[in-house]
Write a protein that binds this ligand. Structure first.
Ligand code: TYD
Ligand code: MG
Length: 478
């Protein structure tokens, strides 16, 4: 009797189709995911048992313990990774018992960076024995390949415990029988599988289930876990978004493979700010730290060129000077002109072009417009508007901008040039790097030296309030 009553309360297991891109669940197969719009991403996954009647959850559980926020006892201490740029991006080092997800394009250097970090931790641990050890599990490469890379990085003497495995059960069984390491690197989470979960490695259920088990191990044992995550075409980490919710920190390792520089950015951080970046250069022997990145993204400019403007960007608390290049090609025929942007937001450029047309009477409609941010850098600072506008106007009018000038400010749809944060840090860094003139938002008053904050030593500041002022200044050979 009991059996049939139980069976009646259970809903019939339904087929379910899970989108491998976003994790959305559909009850029937479709060619396109209704949630994220990706094509051919739905796969059938094992049904979950669903109870149709409500469970009584108000009894039978164990009591939980409440703790005051200032309870005595030790707070977890962050562990330095040995790479200051890595620690900076993390907000000050590795937190024990936390999980970090690191995404990035293939070949960008994730494995290289993490092998270097693991080596540092293992070396540090070797001095006072046991204080820090590192386990590096590769699901993508054979142990020999990892050793070859270690050789190249000059860290083959570091006492990293390295293995090649894709079975989470094997990994956790092995780890359970040893002293928990300070750092556990899993390269990559998409290659891991668990025999207790249905589906091929890389499917949403597998990725989620494996990550869950690994994270639980890390939290219970005070281990810092770093999961490498593959990214899809559009740049998000493959697999369900839930992976991002499960971890404490999400980092992106960015850059152009053809360029030397790499930027480590945190997109989510439960233990620190998300606006600091780490800057690295990919060299013959691995990733080198770039402690002072402010010069990196300037091309070696000798003669002023039309279409090039320098923008003093802020990355967290650090200023970085970046060259923005625009190229405008007039079309003779009535073909649809191309617009291409590398390193900046497409929509933002379209908006800026529209504002330049509507508020300044410029005409880009029959011209192809190309915009490039030097050095493979990706701009996210809203203060870039003015520098981009300056580059576009300069390219359109074929008027080179002064090679000793920098430009910053946000542009509104009405064509106003809006104040931005950190005006004085931007100017100070520009002055330090030998720039003589800065053009930025006028706060209230137009003209030299009145940018809200006075110009830095050796730098003359010109405040601009409206976009037409900028256009006049550039096109009239100021
Ligand atoms: P890798 O760490 O394997 O990238 P990912 O794990 O993100 O896929 O790095 C691959 C690239 O880095 C490879 O194209 C070669 C380059 N590289 C160097 O330039 N110098 C080095 O010392 C190493 C180890 C790699
Ligand atoms: Mg790799």
């Amino acid at each position: 009797m009991l059996r049939s009553g139980y069976a009646r309360r259970m809903a019939k297991p339904k087929r379910r189709y899970v989108c491998q891109a976003c994790g959305a669940i559909a009850s029937r197969w479709q060619g396109q995911c209704a949630d994220c719009g990706e094509w051919n991403t739905l796969t059938e996954e094992a049904p979950q048992t669903v109870f149709s009647s409500k469970h009584d959850l108000s009894s039978g559980g164990r009591p939980i313990i409440f703790t005051p926020l200032d309870a005595p006892g030790e707070l977890p201490v962050r562990r330095a990774s040995g790479l200051a740029e890595f620690d900076r991006a993390l907000g000050g080092g590795l937190v024990p018992g936390s999980a970090i997800l690191m995404g990035g394009d293939p070949g960008i250097g994730k494995s290289t960076l993490l092998l270097q970090v693991a080596a540092h931790i293992a070396m540090a641990g070797a001095r006072p024995p046991g204080s820090g050890s590192a386990v590096y599990v590769s699901g993508e490469e054979a142990a020999g390949q990892v050793r070859l890379r270690a050789e190249r990085l000059g860290v083959s003497k570091a006492p990293i415990q390295m293995a090649s495995s894709t079975s989470v059960r094997d990994i956790l069984t092995t780890l359970g029988a040893m002293e928990p390491p300070a750092l556990l690197v899993i390269d990559s989470i998409q290659t891991m599988h668990s025999d207790q979960i249905e589906g091929a490695p890389g499917t949403v259920s597998q990725v989620r289930g494996c990550a869950f088990e690994l994270i639980r191990y890390a939290k219970e044992n005070g281990v810092t876990l770093i999961l490498v995550g593959h990214v899809t075409k559009d740049g998000s980490i493959a697999g369900p978004r839930v992976l991002e919710h499960m971890v404490d920190v999400v980092m992106a390792f960015e850059g152009e493979r053809s360029h030397q520089y790499r930027i480590l950015r945190s997109l989510k951080n439960r233990f620190g700010p998300v606006d600091e970046i780490g800057v690295f250069a990919m060299e013959g022997a691995g990733l080198a730290e770039v402690g002072n990145p402010s010069m990196l993204f300037l091309s070696g400019r000798e003669e002023p060129m039309a279409g090039s403007a320098v923008f003093p960007a802020m990355e967290g608390t650090r200023p970085v000077l970046i060259e923005i290049q625009a190229l405008i090609v007039r079309l003779q025929s009535g073909a649809t002109p191309r617009r291409a942007v590398v390193g900046w937001d497409n929509g933002r450029m379209a908006m800026l072009l529209a504002v330049l047309e509507a508020r300044c009477g410029l005409n880009f409609s029959s011209a192809e417009v190309y915009l490039n941010v030097a050095g493979g850098y990706r701009l996210s600072d809203p203060a870039a508007d003015l520098a981009v506008a300056a580059a576009l106007v300069s390219a359109l009018g074929d008027k080179p901008l002064s090679s000793s000038a920098v430009w910053f400010g946000e542009v509104s749809l009405a064509g106003e040039i809006r104040p931005v944060a950190h005006s004085s840090i931007r100017q100070r860094e520009s002055a330090k790097l030998g720039f003589a003139k800065a053009f930025g938002p006028a706060q209230g008053r137009e003209g030299a030296g009145k940018g809200g904050e006075p110009g830095e030593k050796g730098l003359s500041f010109t405040g601009l309030s409206m976009l037409p002022n900028l256009v006049d200044r550039i096109l009239s050979d100021a």
